[in-house]
Design a protein around this ligand. Structure first.
Ligand code: GAR
Length: 200
């Protein structure tokens, strides 16, 4: 029997890209392949990691377009040029719009146990609230902010004396493993996943 080709995966990043690096390190011919990495900014460690791995990159900046829907169409097309089966938002700090989500099946990783602490400051907000356990969530992206169907979560304890930085670093250790597990599982079960749902 012929092995299925690797799941074609495009990763979107805005920051240092340690989640991207975990995905790059865990690619395999019978699992998934990162076929391109995109960003909304040029000065981004994630793009450097992609280039070092020999992966094609592209940048689509919001200020280069007159309107947000035009930016959304442009990034939709830039991703589509790589014919992905799956898009992963891994520390991508822009909200994807209607065109994008209608075209690409897209998952996101977020540094809190959703639905608690959505938004840009998931770690800071959890710490400020005084929770003793937080963590990370991988979910399908829908039209809301960090609101789509949850695929997987990992819990992380808050330790006495944690700062936003120390807590985020521990969350990111769990997050990288979670993200690799999820993309591998989606690659293995690709016949059974569907828009807006998790793994069957
Ligand atoms: C990750 O913790 C990711 O969940 C978070 O940014 C970090 C990126 O780290 N994303 C958000 O907070 C989005 N709301 P990385 O650049 O090292 O992968």
């Amino acid at each position: 029997m012929t092995e299925p080709a690797a799941l074609r995966t495009v990763v979107l990043v805005s920051g240092t890209g340690t989640n991207l690096q975990a995905l790059l390190d865990a690619q395999s011919p019978d699992g998934y392949a990162v076929v391109a990495v995109g960003s909304d900014r040029h000065d981004c460690g994630g793009l450097d990691r992609a280039a070092a791995a020999g992966i094609p990159t592209f940048v689509v900046r919001v200020p280069d377009f007159a309107t947000r829907p035009e930016w959304d169409r442009a990034i939709t097309d830039a991703v589509a040029a790589h014919t992905p089966d799956l898009v992963v938002s891994a520390g991508f700090f822009k909200v994807l719009g209607a065109d994008f989500l209608a075209t690409h099946q897209t998952i996101n990783t977020h540094p809190s146990l959703l639905p608690s602490f959505p938004g840009s400051f998931g770690v800071r907000d959890a710490l400020a609230h005084g929770v003793r356990v937080t963590g990370c969530t991988c979910h399908w992206i829908d039209a809301g902010i960090d609101s789509g169907p949850i695929i997987e979560q990992r819990a992380v304890r808050v330790e006495d004396g944690d700062t936003e930085e120390t807590l985020h670093e521990r969350i990111k250790v769990a997050e990288r493993a979670m993200l690799v597990d999820v993309v591998r599982a989606l690659a293995a079960d690709r016949g059974s996943w569907r828009r807006g749902g998790g793994l069957d």
